[in-house]
Design a protein around this ligand. Structure first.
Ligand code: 9WO
Length: 248
């Protein structure tokens, strides 16, 4: 997968991907991250990329021309990327959408600054606007970093095989189970006995029950969207009984 990150502050993000899982994927050449700075495509003698908004109001707007010139430079090499603009107005980023994006050979991620970019650029050059949540940032860079991270994990070879297979099982439709490690007693609290039992079938069941229960408590909307198997229904009911929340 090739990522093309478009930003007037590209260094903000490149540092992030020098370490960790994505850093290793870059080192193994499973992914590449190219950066493009629209300032370099500005015809203005001060390399300006912004101007005051038509209609008035506070702040500045990124101009069409430097962005369009950057897009032309990016599209000059094949395969042409799928162009994504990160903004609060976009389609919510989910694990399912990340999966679709991971199928693309090349993704261009456009990071706005100031109050946003000229709408005509979005209309003509952007394939999809994506939001990572209902909040406003100072720019799209952090959202692009989030997207690169979550999409990279889905590219074959980026995670260990065991890891990726396990994560596929529920397509991330429910939360992870809680995790414990040594020592057996921490902060006066013992780790759940079952995890030390060595009975892997019981452990898997317990983990699924915890995952379903915690998801239901925190995000019932995620559970109601699922069609649970009879076993999963039973485990969730058991979890809720134990927490004295009663029947479904
Ligand atoms: C600024 C602003 C000020 C007052 C009221 C509403 C406002 N919205 C914005 C705004 O959206 N500014 C953006 C900053 C312009 C484009 C880049 N910026 C951005 C991207 N902020 N937050 C994102 C973002 C991207 C993806 N997912 C969540 C947030």
């Amino acid at each position: 997968m090739q990522f093309d990150l478009v930003s007037i502050f590209p260094e903000m993000i490149t540092q992030w991907f020098e370490q960790g899982v994505v850093g290793r994927a870059v080192a193994k050449e499973l992914i590449t991250i190219n950066t493009w700075n629209p300032r370099e495509y500005s015809e203005d003698r001060h390399q300006r990329v912004d101007d005051r908004p038509f209609g008035g109001g506070p702040g500045m707007v990124m101009q069409y021309a430097p962005l369009a010139e950057t897009a032309n430079a990016i599209n000059a090499s094949e395969p042409k990327p799928f162009h994504v603009y990160l903004s609060p107005q976009g389609e919510p980023l989910t694990q399912a959408l990340a999966g679709k994006l991971a199928e693309q050979p090349r993704l261009a991620l456009w990071c706005g600054r100031y109050e946003g970019v000229d709408q005509r650029f979005i209309d003509q050059h952007i394939d999809l606007e994506i939001s990572i949540g209902d909040f406003v940032l100072s720019g799209g860079e952090l959202a692009a970093a989030v997207l690169i991270d979550t999409v990279s994990r889905l590219i074959p070879g980026v995670l260990g095989d065991a890891n990726s297979a396990a994560e596929d099982s529920f397509q991330q439709a429910i939360f992870d189970h809680p995790h414990y490690t040594r020592p057996e007693i921490a902060g006066r609290i013992p780790a759940p006995e079952i995890l030390l039992s060595g009975n892997h079938a019981h452990i898997a069941k317990w983990r699924l029950k915890e995952a379903l229960g915690r998801t239901f408590l925190q995000r019932p909307d995620l559970i109601t969207r699922l069609v649970l198997t009879t076993e999963q229904e039973a485990l969730l009911a058991e979890f809720l009984q134990e927490y004295h929340i009663g029947e479904l």
